[in-house]
Design a binder for this molecule. Sequence first.
Ligand code: HAM
Length: 414
Amino acid sequence: MPTLLPAELKLWQSVESTVKKILSNYAFQEIRTPLLERTELFQRTIGEQTDVVSKEMYSFLDRKEQSLSLRPEATAGVVRAGIEHGLFHNQTQKFWSMGPMYRYERPQKGRYRQFHQVNMEAFGYEGPGIDAELILLTSRIWRKLGVEDIQLELNSLGTAESRKGYRAILVEYFNDRTDSLDEDSILRLEKNPMRILDSKNPEMADVIHSAPKMNDHLDQESEDHFNGLLEYLDGHRIQYVLNPRLVRGLDYYTKTVFEWTTDKLGAQATVCGGGRYDDLVKQLGGKDVFAIGCAIGFERLVELVELSGKKDQNGHPKIYLVAVGDQAEAKSSELAEMIRDQFEDCVLELNQDGGSFKQQFKRADRAESDIALILGDEEIENDTIGIKLMKEGGDQETISQDKLLESIADKIGV
Ligand code: HAM
């Protein structure tokens, strides 16, 4: 579970603010659900046979012996909250949320036991337009952040109805090949055979590769929906790869599923995954509500942005206030508050705990300041202040203190 240090968080915050702007641009609203939910909620939604629930949850008994789990993903909590607060009654909803998730996985680069997701869910939309909108939204995020080399993989898992027939075909296929299955898969064969397709065991790659494919067994409704989505994507010139083996690691999906993958991040190739889950709200005791969503792995996204070389994109100008001498120190605190009042988007760091001019300039440099303001005895005596552009070199100017705000505005271009 990594600690995020201030140096990395600069880029995180810049990516976060870009993503939030785009979400709000597509009329998604924020929702915040608890980090803890009843374990049963995840068992009933994600599915008991999935790796996430059977192997990766942090679960414990509370003081009343109730089993709780740290959320391994956000969808279950959002659906629970929506039902509990009556948010699905005759209305459409678009929610986003962002925060930490917990999975007891084997940690490696790009895979952590605490990681963050940007999660989006849309409720009440039946047609493939919303499927396309989610894909356009995520694709806009990549574009805006300068992320390239990312490809869209698509599949349809069909309606629950159409899956019944496919399930029988799949069971028959694997039953004839039990020698090639591992222990987990033999267990899943009875309870949830489609899970076998999601196995990461390399020794089973061949038997999975040759298995019958869901998209050869879609019913008309699922096929029409999927073709509708492809038409939207073609219209928007969004490129995609059809991947009949894309089943996703969670049980609640119906019809469209998709993943954005990259070869830039080594083994952890999926940056974003999601799909429709039209049966889930009802299954959890709510109304019959259409639903679709996806989640971006934030660590992976930030890593991609970093690799793209376009770092901090909306960094704020930084001002460092150098003050030497008792009077200058007293005055500098007053000026600092005045500057903060005027330039809310600036970062202003006031030198603390003294030091010589040389030492304080060094600190200003280390803080990557754009502008240094300088106050010493001479400036105090003459009601002036020194101002110096740190990154562009050049000389220090001395100006009257009442011209200070004007001069800063001029230098940072506001
Ligand atoms: P997921 O595919 O399990 O889907 O996770 C979504 C994304 O979270 C992954 O593509 C990956 O980028 C990131 N991720 C997952 N596990 C880790 C990890 N251990 N370390 C770092 N990043 C990770 C879901 O969670 C669904 N709830 C998405 C969704 C929303 N479907 C419908 N609505």
